[in-house]
Design a protein around this ligand. Sequence first.
Ligand code: SF4
Ligand code: SF4
Length: 186
Amino acid sequence: MSQAKKTNTAKGARVRQALARKLGAKPAGGRGRRVDPAKVADEVLPFWKRKTLVQMTQREWESLCDGCGKCCVNKLEYEETGEVVQTNTCCRLLDTHTCRCGDYKNRKKIVPDCIQLSPDVVAEMDWLPRSCAYRLVLQGRDLFWWHPLVSGDPETVHEAGVSARGKVISELEAGDLAEHVLDDWL
Ligand code: SF4
Ligand code: SF4
């Protein structure tokens, strides 16, 4: 190995160790072990605490959804007053048990008025549930214990009783939605 290469390698190791120390991690010990700054950063502070919605990767963005299914519950807007109310019915594509979209990839073709979430859209959607992870991050708040990213278990959102599971029926079975208006939002 040339002297220049040796110097660069040593410098790279020092930079990685300094970054790891800055992030509160112990320098990697042992010959050949390397610190992955992104992994270390995630262990110290998970992405939803250190990134804005705009800064998230597509994968991070998708994983932020807690799977509550509440944004797929049907709402009605009264023409005269503009008041928006919620029903106990949901989009035809929502699986009422898993609370996941039945055809996420093709949903816009099947349900054209399905709203594609983006940071701008989240900022405008004041009817998103207060527990919605996108809304929480936008407000600079932390996720709840039951969020799958925190608990590590996709079932906790249902166990905590904050999802649409058991609270809605499909619009395909409901008939007149006006007869399904709820007094309180889910
Ligand atoms: S309300 Fe928010 S967290 Fe819940 S399913 Fe919809 S986008 Fe995901
Ligand atoms: S198409 Fe899928 S994501 Fe869109 S509202 Fe229906 S169930 Fe929800």
